[in-house]
Design a protein around this ligand. Structure first.
Ligand SMILES: [Fe+2]
Length: 282
């Protein structure tokens, strides 16, 4: 195992998902996942059921019973070539998937079915590291404050940005309010729990003060030297903790190199619930 940076992420080499993996190995992988927030496996062959099993095993809830599995093997694509692919083009600001819901503790994964080069990377930052390194004045200010996070579909931009930019649409909202200093539900580590894509306001503050505080927190969270890029190649699997790290990406071109990533969340019962959500809320 090789750390991707001092802050987050570990690449696991020599892992064969087709082979029998013993409990001790899963234990080490789960512990590393909780310590590092992102696990990367390169150049593996993985079908959707196997991807489900890997992600489930890393999660504290463990694997599903066989009887539960049959209905739970759905997946989606993030793709600029698949007809129903999500986020087919544009830039994605940093976020945790569905931070505005009670499903944010899921574990997402992406497997590169096809990554023609040059492929737009996925970029990660650590919310736990951001909290640990937050300057004292900011920490004191946010300790008892709460933030509101809103849903929003990533829709198509207007013609000026056609094929370039995905514009958030905020017409059908769902939202939730959480502490800004938020304990991770599984590890208990404190996270700096705001993101540039979905956090709209600090609820206790007036708009201008709220915006200034969020700007300062984002500047800390997204310091370029802390970001870790995953440069996609076909056969890569990346599994991350949806809350301990945030993810985003630079521009993907709709007619650029083919980029198809199979997305699977664990635990799989949550994937079923996600499937039941209206499209705007996914
Ligand atoms: Fe996402």
């Amino acid at each position: 195992m090789r750390d991707l940076s001092p802050v987050l992420g570990t690449e696991v080499e020599g892992f064969d998902p087709q082979s029998q993996v013993d409990d001790e190995t899963w234990h080490v992988l789960s512990r590393t996942f909780d310590d590092r927030g992102v696990l990367v496996f390169r150049g593996i062959e993985l079908d959707a059921p196997m991807q489900h099993r890997m992600v489930e095993r890393l999660h504290a809830s463990g694997a599903l019973a066989d009887s539960e599995r049959a209905a739970a093997e759905g997946f989606s694509y993030v793709s600029n070539t698949e007809p129903d692919g999500g986020s087919p083009y544009g830039r994605l600001l940093f976020h945790s998937d569905m931070m505005w819901s009670d499903l944010a503790n899921q574990v997402p994964s992406l497997y590169a079915v096809q990554a023609e080069q040059p492929s737009t990377p996925t970029v990660f930052t650590s919310t736990t590291y951001a909290w640990d390194t937050l300057p004292d004045d900011l920490r004191t200010r946010v300790e008892d404050l709460h933030a509101r996070h809103e849903s929003g579909q990533q829709g198509r931009g207007d013609s000026e940005y056609e094929n370039e930019l995905i514009q958030p649409q905020w017409d059908r909202l769902r939202d939730t309010v959480t502490p800004i200093a938020y304990p991770h539900p599984r590890t208990g580590k404190t996270m700096l729990y705001v993101c540039e894509q979905q956090t709209r306001e600090v609820v206790e503050l007036a708009k201008r003060e709220s915006n200034e505080l969020l700007d300062a927190l984002f500047a800390h969270l997204y310091r370029p030297e802390l970001l870790v890029e995953h440069k996609w190649e076909t056969g890569d699997l990346v599994i991350w903790d949806n809350q301990a790290v945030q993810h985003g990406r630079p521009y993907v071109l709709g007619d650029g190199p083919a980029r198809t990533l199979r997305k699977i969340h664990a635990p799989a019962d949550l994937a079923q619930r996600i499937g039941a959500l209206p499209a705007y809320a996914r």
